[in-house]
Structures are given as structure tokens and as C-alpha cells.
Design a protein around this ligand. Structure first.
Ligand code: ARG
Length: 469
């Protein structure tokens, strides 16, 4: 293939070799070849339907593009840096194989609206892939919540033991976070579901094109109303990266907890051997590399979002080459979150919970002190006074190196006449949990309801994803 530039007409010199390489995007945008060809086929069909090109040329173009698709699919296509990007690599190859008709494909089109179209198609498709993977992590969380439905652990604030909760409740909090993520990606899809082609380089085109036809063909819900906006807009990429960053922050917070929980200090869980690595020096080590890496990769995803925000922040309308910088970050974000999600479902499925250590962390501490106060409140003591009594008891227990459960009824009565035989029952971990039966609380019944509704949410999410597909 002779690699003369498709735009060489007004130039006397050929491009400097280093500059050629510097400005080429083919090494990374080739992953949008499918979208590029799909978009070109829709464009060619529209041109023919509008009598802008002949039906005969259109057929040659479509067949030629399908051939190229096959070749790329089978790794038989030679990409050339001289041809800059995926758009010109494909167009040049088309013209080389079908001749003049190939030269008509780019009528009424610019690479500016073409690249925007490709990226919209690509993002839309990837959103669905990401959503599927989020659902897998959601399922793993709900399964674990179900499996460990009655395991009690301390809930924390300030990383200090606060109140007894169900492990299932803790896990279901992450389900809620992920289902918001999935929802956010629905929003990303909706904003990416808008068709830029027909904007031309920036101002529209002199040809009688039919943008609605292209939109219908490619299943787009909307069309950009303004051609300048169509070629300049990267909001959908920013939104994808934002949703991805928030998703990664959720996975990172969970990672941080898993890392703590499998430390010797906590000993709440054990990760599957198959998901950890050892140390080349310290024979005893079993390291939680996967959660650590997901936590680490969160910085990388947020970094790409920051880079993209900064790239776009002072760009004048319309297309500027700066915008080519959108792709590497976007692709890396996509790869990173997909890999992280896939791995995470495995990690959660492989967790073994040390139930007795979790319970011990509740029993050998004072996370039932609120329940002690609530007990007195239910006997009509104002909460503020009950808090003071409970606090004093905790203070004295710490001094004596005992826990609330070790106190006799007589001991309790020294602090208040309101204490009766039922006090020991009231401060048991199981009671503390069962009594927090307010909607969304940690009571067995409430968590059961969360699990039931999560199953329904997952079912409707899966239905939605299948429909979009
Ligand atoms: N490779 C370019 C990009 O990714 C395609 C658009 C190029 N347009 C231009 N006028 N140079 O942004």
C-alpha cells in the first residue's frame, strides 16, 4: 500500500517522520475499528439513499468495508502509522481495494464527526459490558450476605467499634453502592446515545444528508442539535470516567476493609489461597494483593478523569487535536474497571469468614453500650441521662477490666433502680442486632428484606441490560 497522505493536496513537503509518529493515534484508536466500519456502512447507505452516491458505489463500499472488517478480525490487516488513525487506515485500504468508489465514502463527512461517532458507539457498547460485570459483583455480595446472614460483627465509626451489626448488613451496603454505580452508567449510556455524524468538520454539510436515517440505522435515540457541539462534546467521556471513578472508589473502600479484615490484627476473614501471593523472603506471608491492586488502580482511574477534565477545560470550539488525548485514558479506564470488576466477583466468592472472631470483637468490647442506654430510655429515663449512666458504667468496667455482660444485676442497680432481670438479655449481641429493626437497619428482618429486594433489583437490571444489548 502506498501511504501518501489522504490530505496531501495542499502540502509541498511530506510530514517529518518523528512528527508523523507523534501525531498518529492508530496504535490506540485501532480498537475502534468495528465502530468505524459500522459507522461508515451506515453513512454510505444514507449517501446512496439520498442519491449523493450511486447504489452501485454504495454496494462496493459496503462489501469492501465488510472485507476489511474480516481482515482486521483475523489479524490480517496492516495498520500504518503514516495513515495516522483508524479512519484513514480503513479509508485508504478501501480505496486501494475498490478504487474510485472508495474515494466517495468521505463525502459529507469529516474525521471530526467520524471519530465522535466511533467513540459514542464504543462507549455505549462498553457501558453495557461494565454493567454486566457490576451485576456479577452485586450477585457475589448478595450471595455472601445470604451465606453469612446471621454472623455478627462490630460496626465501626472512626474505625472504633461502634455498635453490633450483621456482616450481611455491611455487605449489603456495598450492594447499594454498586447498584447506584449501575444506575450512573445508565445515565452515561443515555448521554452517549446521541448521534454526531452529519456535523461535518464543524458547520454541517452542503449535501442533502439524512441524519435521522443514520441514527436509526445505528440505533441512536437522539441526534446532536448543534454541529459545533457534536464535534466538540466529550461530556460523555467525562461522565464515563466519573462514573468509573466513583465505582472504583467503592471497590477501593471495600478493598481497604478486606485488607484490614484479613490482617492478623482483625482476623475476620481469610481470602482464598488462589487469590493471594506469598513473599519471596518471608515464608509466613499471604498477601491480599488483589484488593491492594484494585485500591491502587483507583488512583489511576481518577487520574485519567483529572487528565481529561484538564484537557477539555480551555479548549475553544470546535475540534482541536487535543481531543485525540481522550482515547488512551478512556480505554485504560475501561480496561481497568472491567478487569477489577471481574476479579472482584471472584474475590468475594472466595472469602472465608471467621465468625467466632467477629463475634469475639463484639463480646469483648463495649459496642452494646448504646443498647444499655436505650434500655434505660425504654424505662422512661431521658436519653441524655441514660447516656451518662451507660458511659459511667463503661468507664468503671474498663477500670475493672470487665465487660457489661460480666456485671451482675446488683452491680447494675448501683447505677440505676431502673435495671431489672431483663438487662442481660437486652445487651446480648443478638438482641442488639435484632432490636435495630427500623427500616434499613441491621435487624435480621431488615437485612432479609434488603436481600430480597436486591434479588429483585438484580433481576430487573439483568432484564434491562439484555434489552439494551
Ligand atoms: N485521530 C483523530 C482523533 O482521534 C481523529 C480526528 C482528526 N481530525 C483532524 N481534524 N485532524 O481525534
Amino acid at each position: 500500500m502506498e501511504n501518501k497522505k489522504l490530505w496531501a493536496g495542499r502540502f509541498e513537503k511530506s510530514t517529518d517522520e518523528m512528527i508523523n509518529e507523534f501525531q498518529a493515534s492508530i496504535n490506540f484508536d485501532k480498537r475502534m475499528y468495528h465502530e468505524d466500519i459500522e459507522g461508515s456502512i451506515a453513512h454510505a447507505k444514507m449517501l446512496a439513499a439520498q442519491n449523493i452516491i450511486s447504489a452501485d458505489d454504495c454496494k462496493k463500499i459496503v462489501d469492501g468495508l465488510k472485507n476489511i472488517l474480516e481482515k482486521i478480525d483475523h489479524d490480517e490487516f496492516n495498520f500504518s502509522v503514516d495513515l495516522e488513525d483508524i479512519h484513514m487506515n480503513i479509508e485508504k485500504s478501501l480505496t486501494d481495494s475498490i478504487g474510485e468508489a472508495g474515494g466517495r465514502l468521505h463525502t459529507a463527512r469529516s474525521r471530526n464527526d467520524q471519530v465522535a461517532l466511533d467513540t459514542h458507539l464504543y462507549v455505549r457498547r462498553q457501558v453495557v459490558e461494565v454493567q454486566k460485570l457490576i451485576v456479577e459483583v452485586e450477585k457475589a455480595l448478595v450471595n455472601a450476605a445470604e451465606k453469612y446472614r446471621s454472623v455478627i460483627m462490630p460496626g465501626y465509626t472512626h474505625l472504633q467499634r461502634a455498635q453490633p451489626i450483621l456482616l450481611a448488613h455491611h455487605l449489603m451496603a456495598y450492594f447499594s453502592m454498586l447498584s447506584r454505580d449501575l444506575d450512573r452508567f445508565k445515565g452515561v449510556y443515555d448521554r452517549a446515545d446521541i448521534m454526531p455524524l452529519g456535523a461535518g468538520a464543524l458547520a454541517g454539510t452542503t449535501f442533502p444528508i439524512d441524519r435521522q436515517r443514520v441514527a436509526n440505522d445505528l440505533n441512536f435515540k437522539n441526534i446532536y442539535n448543534n454541529s459545533l457541539d457534536a464535534v466538540s462534546d466529550r461530556d460523555y467521556i467525562l461522565e464515563f470516567m466519573s462514573a468509573a471513578s466513583i465505582l472504583m472508589i467503592h471497590l477501593s473502600r471495600l478493598s481497604e476493609e478486606l485488607i484490614l479484615w484479613c490482617s492478623r490484627e482483625f482476623s475476620f476473614i481469610e481470602l482464598d489461597d488462589a487469590h493471594c501471593t506469598g513473599s519471596s523472603m518471608m515464608p509466613q506471608k499471604k498477601n491480599p494483593d488483589v484488593p491492594e491492586l484494585v485500591r491502587g488502580k483507583t488512583g489511576r482511574v481518577i487520574g485519567h478523569l483529572m487528565a481529561m477534565l484538564t484537557t477539555v477545560k480551555a479548549l475553544p470550539l470546535a475540534y482541536n487535536k487535543d481531543l485525540q488525548e481522550d482515547k488512551e485514558g478512556l480505554f485504560d479506564v475501561i480496561d481497568t474497571i472491567k478487569f477489577s470488576l471481574a476479579v472482584y466477583a471472584e474475590i468475594i466468592n472466595g472469602i472465608k469468614v471467621n465468625e467466632s472472631n467477629m463475634l469475639k470483637a463484639v463480646e469483648e468490647d463495649f459496642s452494646n453500650a448504646t443498647d444499655l442506654a436505650d434500655y434505660l430510655v425504654k424505662k422512661n429515663l431521658p436519653f441524655r441521662e441514660a447516656h451518662a449512666v451507660s458511659g459511667k458504667i463503661v468507664h468503671d468496667c474498663i477500670a475493672k477490666n470487665i465487660y457489661l455482660k460480666d456485671m451482675t444485676l446488683d452491680d447494675f442497680k448501683k447505677y440505676s433502680d431502673l435495671f431489672a432481670e431483663d438487662i442481660h438479655e437486652a445487651i446480648k449481641p443478638e438482641t442488639c442486632v435484632a432490636n435495630r429493626n427500623s427500616f434499613g437497619g441491621t435487624a435480621y428482618h431488615q437485612v432479609e428484606m434488603q436481600i430480597i429486594s436486591a434479588r429483585e433489583i438484580i433481576f430487573s437490571q439483568e432484564n434491562f441490560i439484555e434489552k439494551v444489548n
